[in-house]
Design a protein around this ligand. Structure first.
Ligand code: NDP
Length: 247
C-alpha cells in the first residue's frame, strides 16, 4: 500500500490491533499520530517501530471519551504533520459480565470508550477532512456487534452502535470525498483476548470455520485496504475479518 504524504491518526495505537495498524500504515509511508490511554512505554515502542520503518510518528496520551483530549490529539496531528487523511478508531475496552450482574459503571465505561470515543474522534477529525475534501475513516467494530455475545451486552451495544454511526456518517460525508467504513474482527490474539477465561476461548475457537484465531496483522491489512486509494468507491460497509465466524 502506498500512503506516502498521508497522515493517519490511530487511537489505541500502543498495543494489539492498533499497533499493527500503525505499523502497516507506516510501512506504506504514512505519518502516524497514535494515542494511548496510559501505557506510555508501549506507545513509545510503537513510535520507535514506525520510525524504524522510515515513517514519522507521534504518540499522544488521550482518553478518547474526553472531548478536550480528543481535540488536543487532532490538533497535535495537524500541527505536526499538517493534515489528517486517515482516522482509525481502534481504542476499545471490555468489562464483561452477565446482564443481571453487570454494574452500571461497567456499562457506561464501555459505551464511553468504544462508542462515545468513536463519535468524538470522528467529529474532531471530520472538520479537518471536510476542509481538505479528502478523508478515510475506519472504525473498529466486532463480530460481537453483528451477532451479540452472552456476557457482553455493553460491548455488543457499543460495537453495534459503531456500525450505525459508520453508516450514518458515510451518508453525511459521501459527497465530500470522505469514506467511512468499519472492520469487524472476530477472535484476534491480543491482550484483550488473552484476558478471556480458557473455557471461553475454547468455545470461541470451536465457532471459527477456519479453526484458528486471527493475528493483529490480518486486521491491519483490512484496515489499510479501506484506508487506501483502492477503496475509494467503498463507503458505509462493514468488513468482517473473522475466519468466517459471522457469515
Ligand atoms: P487491547 O486491549 O490489546 O488494546 C487496547 C488499546 O486501546 C490500547 O492501545 C489502549 O491504550 C487503548 N485504549 C483503551 N481505552 C482507551 C481510551 N479510553 N482512550 C484511548 N485509548 C484507549 O485491544 P485490542 O487490540 O484487542 O482491540 C483493539 C480494538 O479492536 C478494540 O476496539 C476492540 O474492541 C476491537 N476488537 C478486538 C478483537 C480481538 O479479538 N482482539 C475482536 C473484535 C474487535 P493503553 O495501551 O494505554 O492501555
Amino acid at each position: 500500500m502506498n500512503f506516502a504524504g498521508k497522515t493517519a491518526v490511530v487511537t489505541g495505537g500502543s498495543r494489539g490491533l492498533g499497533r499493527a495498524v500503525c505499523l502497516e500504515l507506516a510501512a506504506g509511508g504514512a505519518n502516524v499520530a497514535l494515542c494511548y490511554a496510559g501505557n506510555e512505554a508501549a506507545a513509545r515502542e510503537t513510535v520507535a517501530a514506525c520510525e524504524a520503518l522510515g515513517a514519522k510518528a507521534l504518540a499522544v496520551r488521550c482518553n478518547v471519551a474526553e472531548a478536550g483530549e480528543v481535540k488536543a490529539l487532532m490538533d497535535a496531528a495537524v500541527k505536526t504533520f499538517g493534515r489528517i487523511d486517515i482516522l482509525v478508531n481502534n481504542a476499545g475496552i471490555t468489562r464483561d459480565g452477565l446482564l443481571m450482574m453487570m454494574k452500571e459503571d461497567d456499562f457506561d465505561a464501555v459505551i464511553d470508550a468504544n462508542l462515545k470515543g468513536t463519535f468524538l474522534c470522528m467529529k474532531a477529525a471530520a472538520r479537518q477532512m471536510v476542509k481538505q475534501r479528502y478523508g478515510r475513516i475506519v472504525n473498529l467494530s466486532s463480530v460481537v456487534g453483528l451477532r451479540g455475545n452472552a456476557g457482553q451486552v455493553n460491548y455488543a451495544a457499543s460495537k453495534a452502535g459503531v456500525i450505525g454511526m459508520t453508516k450514518s456518517l458515510a451518508k453525511e460525508l459521501a459527497g465530500r470525498n470522505i469514506t467511512v467504513n468499519a472492520v469487524a474482527p472476530g477472535f484476534i490474539g491480543t491482550d484483550m483476548t488473552a484476558a478471556m477465561p480458557e473455557a471461553a476461548k475454547t468455545a470461541v475457537l470451536a465457532a471459527i470455520p477456519m479453526g484458528r484465531m486471527g493475528a493483529p496483522e490480518d486486521v491491519a491489512k483490512a484496515v489499510a485496504f479501506l484506508a487506501g486509494d483502492g477503496a475509494a468507491y467503498i463507503t458505509g460497509q462493514v468488513l468482517a475479518v473473522d475466519g468466517g465466524m459471522a457469515m
